[in-house]
Design a protein around this ligand. Structure first.
Ligand code: MF3
Ligand code: CO
Length: 264
C-alpha cells in the first residue's frame, strides 16, 4: 500500500529532509584527500543530533554507522572506517535522519580533488538522470515513467543502471511502497498521485551493472570493479507538482515557491 501524505505531513518531511541536505552540504566541504571516512560519519551524526534529529541508518537492519560512504567501485552501503579519501577517488555520501517521526534520505557523489574524465562524467550523469526522473513526477504519469527516463539518460551516455538496488517510498518509514527502480519500460506501475513521497536514487556504473556484496555483509561493489555513482533526493508530488524536499538554503526557498526545482 502506498501511503499518501497530507500537506502537513509533507511539511514535516521538508524539515527532516532539509536537515539531511544541510548536513550533506557541510560534508561536501570536508571531502578532500586525507579525510577519514569515519570522521565524515562522526560529523554527520553529531550535526543530526544537534538539530534534534536521529540518524536513520544506524542500527537499521544492523547497519553499524550513521552515514554510508562508498568509494570508487563501491556502489552503496560502504561502511565508514579509518580509510582515508585520496586524490582521484569518487565518493558517495548517503545520509538519512528521523525528525519528529518522519524520515529524510538523500545522497551525493563527489570528486576528491582532481578525478578522471570518466569519473567526472559518471558523477554528472548520475545527477542528470535523477533530474530526468524528476521531470516524470506528475499526476498523469505512472511510476515506471520515472524509471524509464533515468535508464534512458544513463544508457545514452554509455553507462549502466544498477538493478539490485532501487529507490523507494518514504515517510514515517525509511522504506515504504512503492519500489522505484532506475530501469524499466514506461507506462507501468501505479499512477502517480498527489501526496506521494519518493526517494529517487539512481545508482549507475561505468561498466556492467552486476553487483557483489563484500565480506562485511554491506558494501555493494560492481562485480567488474568499474566506478559507480549514486545520487538521491526525497521528492514529493504536491498541488504544485514535483518538489525536491532534500534541498538546503536559498534553493529550498526557491523550490517551495515554484513547486519544482526542475522548472525553477
Ligand atoms: N539511502 C539508502 C536506502 O535508501 C540507505 C540505507 S542504508 C542502511 O536504502 F544502512 F540503512 F540500510
Ligand atoms: Co534511499
Amino acid at each position: 500500500m502506498i501511503i499518501l501524505k497530507s500537506e502537513t505531513e509533507i511539511e514535516m518531511m521538508r524539515r527532516s529532509n532539509r536537515i539531511v541536505a544541510r548536513i550533506l552540504s557541510e560534508l561536501k566541504k570536508m571531502v578532500r584527500p586525507g579525510v577519514k571516512t569515519r570522521e565524515l560519519d562522526a560529523y554527520a551524526e553529531m550535526r543530526a543530533r544537534e538539530m534534534g534529529a536521529v540518524p536513520a541508518f544506524k542500527g537499521y537492519h544492523g547497519y553499524p554507522a550513521s552515514l554510508c560512504v562508498s568509494i570508487n567501485e563501491e556502489i552503496v552501503h560502504g561502511i565508514p572506517s579509518e580509510r582515508e579519501l585520496k586524490e582521484g577517488d569518487i565518493v558517495s555520501l548517503d545520509f538519512g535522519v528521523i525528525y519528529k517521526g518522519f524520515y529524510g534520505d538523500a545522497a551525493i557523489t563527489l570528486p576528491v580533488g582532481e578525478v578522471s574524465e570518466e569519473a567526472r562524467k559518471l558523477i554528472e550523469v548520475a545527477e542528470r538522470s535523477f533530474y530526468c526522473g524528476l521531470e516524470q513526477v506528475k499526476e498523469e504519469n505512472r511510476l515506471s515513467d520515472i524509471s524509464a527516463a533515468i535508464q534512458t539518460e544513463v544508457e545514452k551516455h554509455g553507462f549502466s543502471v544498477i538493478r539490485a538496488f532501487v529507490g523507494h517510498g518514504i515517510g514515517r518509514n525509511l522504506h515504504e511502497e512503492p519500489q522505484v527502480p532506475n530501469f524499466g519500460l514506461p507506462g507501468h506501475g501505479p499512477k502517480l498521485k498527489k501526496g506521494m513521497t519518493l526517494a529517487i536514487e539512481p545508482m549507475i556504473a561505468a561498466g556492467h551493472w552486476e553487483v557483489e556484496v563484500l565480506a562485511d555483509g554491506w558494501t555493494a561493489v560492481t562485480r567488474d570493479r568499474s566506478l559507480a555513482a549514486h545520487y538521491e533526493h526525497t521528492v514529493a508530488l504536491t498541488e504544485n507538482g514535483a518538489e525536491i524536499l532534500s534541498i538546503d538554503g536559498p534553493e529550498a526557498e526557491e523550490s517551495a515557491a515554484s513547486g519544482s526545482l526542475a522548472n525553477a
